[in-house]
Design a protein around this ligand. Structure first.
Ligand SMILES: *[C@@H]1O[C@H](CO)[C@@H](O)[C@H](O)[C@H]1NC(C)=O
Ligand SMILES: *[C@@H]1O[C@H](CO)[C@@H](O)[C@H](O)[C@H]1NC(C)=O
Ligand SMILES: *[C@@H]1O[C@H](CO)[C@@H](O)[C@H](O)[C@H]1NC(C)=O
Length: 365
């Protein structure tokens, strides 16, 4: 960390804490789905504290809308990758996760994952190419930004931060097997003690579990390096000298981790990894009347809110019934929560009569 950059980040943090009007000028990298939903309230809070916020938005975005009225400045760019391509990739990934993965061996899953990831990286780099070679880049150079804030899920923020010489702040939940945090952020994670994210292991591992965890890390690292080959090539071409994407990611000053240490298994952290779980939460409002009644009627067991996130829009009747029958086995009452984009949950409500099932799902009724 260069001292100048560190100072800059510290100054910004102090400014944000003091709620001072002399805010910083923050550039925000584009993202999608729940990542964007998570980020938006944070940006609102930054504006409340007197910062200026500029958000990059690709023309083919599923969730970001540069024409909506907003307090932050949207900086749109035309992407050569059409919306339909993103929809297709997401559809393929979701179909694989919901309907295929359970019937495949680890190796088969790995191969399919790599196939989807390579396709995704190819289009993501095309997307990035549209941005860095457009007029947008010239506007960013003139933008006099103090800081880049990015969710690293879409690569490129580290490249643009490097080119514009901006300190980079990441916001991240986790990467699979903590690959980015370990390999790029230098987070120590001994495989005998720290279960890889999404390995389904806990911190209570016997010898075979530890061996499996070690192999899980190794296979995910190979996967990451394989995918980075393309990114490195792109970054090197753009900068004009050999450049490693992971090394640029490692230059991030601060990693804001969207959880808390007590939700995770104990593991070592570094001082520039900060837990900010719930940063997007707002003070609770009273529940709507029908929901309040539902909660009050739930008794000691309480309720479970069931939602399929931002990307799943439909589901086969068979899978719907499977979920409903699983939910029927828990003592809590279940409420299906429709989300803005999700037709899926409303089809759960309509097709299989989820609302009625809510009553039927409660074994005491
Ligand atoms: C984007 O926002 C504008 C203005 O609110 C609205 O008219 C338009 O329908 C929105 N576009 C999408 C794709 O939601
Ligand atoms: C995107 O392309 C359209 C049509 O070519 C053009 O009118 C518009 O100004 C471009 N937008 C940006 C942000 O470059
Ligand atoms: C869900 O919708 C997508 C695209 O709209 C379609 O390709 C897919 O077959 C649908 N899946 C199910 C299970 O209906």
């Amino acid at each position: 960390m260069k001292p100048g950059r560190c100072l800059c980040v510290c100054v910004l943090l102090v400014l944000s804490m003091a709620g001072n009007g002399n805010g910083g000028n923050i550039l925000v990298w584009f993202t999608e789905g729940s990542h964007w939903i998570n980020l938006k309230p944070v940006l609102e809070a930054l504006i409340d504290r007197g910062h200026q916020v500029t958000v990059l938005v690709p023309s083919s975005s599923l969730f970001m809308n540069a024409s909506e009225p907003s307090r932050f400045h949207y900086e749109p760019f035309n992407s050569s990758v059409p919306l339909e391509v993103w929809e297709e990739i997401i559809e393929e990934f979701i179909h694989f996760s919901i309907y295929e993965m359970d019937y495949l061996s680890y190796i088969q899953i790995h191969i399919k994952f790599l196939e989807i990831a390579k396709k995704e990286v190819k289009f993501t780099l095309q997307h990035l190419d549209s941005m860095v070679r457009s007029d947008t880049m010239a506007r960013l150079r003139e933008g006099k930004f103090d800081l880049m804030l990015a969710d690293p899920i879409y690569p490129g923020s580290e490249l643009v931060a490097e080119v514009l010489d901006l300190p980079l702040v990441y916001t991240l939940r986790f990467s699979i097997a903590h690959t980015w945090e370990r390999l790029c952020g230098q987070l120590p994670a001994p495989p005998s003690y720290v279960p890889g994210a999404m390995s389904k292991l806990t911190d209570k591992m016997d010898f075979m579990d530890r061996l499996w965890n070690f192999l899980f890390y190794a296979s995910q690292d190979m996967f990451a390096y394989h995918v980075w080959q393309e990114t490195d090539k792109f970054f090197s071409d753009f900068i004009g000298k050999p450049t490693s994407a992971c090394e640029l990611m490692g230059k991030a000053e601060i990693w804001l981790i969207r959880t808390y240490w007590d939700f995770d298994f104990p593991r070592p952290f570094l001082p520039n990894f900060k837990f900010v779980g719930g940063i997007h939460c707002k003070p609770a409002k009273p529940l709507p009347e029908d929901l309040e009644e539902f909660v009050q009627s739930s008794g000691d067991a309480g309720i479970v809110v069931f939602t399929l996130g931002t990307m799943v829009t439909n589901m086969t009747a068979e899978r719907r019934d499977m979920i409903a029958s699983a939910l029927a086995q828990i003592p809590q009452k279940v409420r299906c929560q429709p989300s803005k984009k999700s037709k899926c949950v409303s089809s759960l409500l309509i097709d299989s009569g989820c609302q009625h099932q809510t009553l039927r799902l409660d074994p005491s009724e």
